[in-house]
Design a protein. Structure first.
Length: 76
């Protein structure tokens, strides 16, 4: 009888802790989404800024040569 009472109390607190953990996880997910949107907006603003472009120019696309690395290793 006492064991059943103790188990029921333990289950009550485990369920309560599980619910709290679920609420915390949901709040963290929402915060991460907001942070992700903020960082994406900040990145877009920085890339459009003229001063930022002076110090960090966009990388130019390199042309690929017609020779493959495998052909260079084989000697052909």
């Amino acid at each position: 009888m006492v064991a059943a009472f103790l188990v029921s109390i333990l289950l009550f607190y485990l369920i309560k802790a599980g619910r709290n953990l679920q609420i915390i996880c949901k709040a963290l997910k929402d915060s991460f989404k907001e942070s992700e949107e903020f960082v994406a907006d900040l990145k877009e603003r920085l890339e459009d800024n003229i001063i930022f472009r002076i110090f960090f120019p966009r990388p130019s696309k390199k042309r690929r040569s017609g020779i493959k690395k495998d052909n260079i290793k084989k000697g052909h």
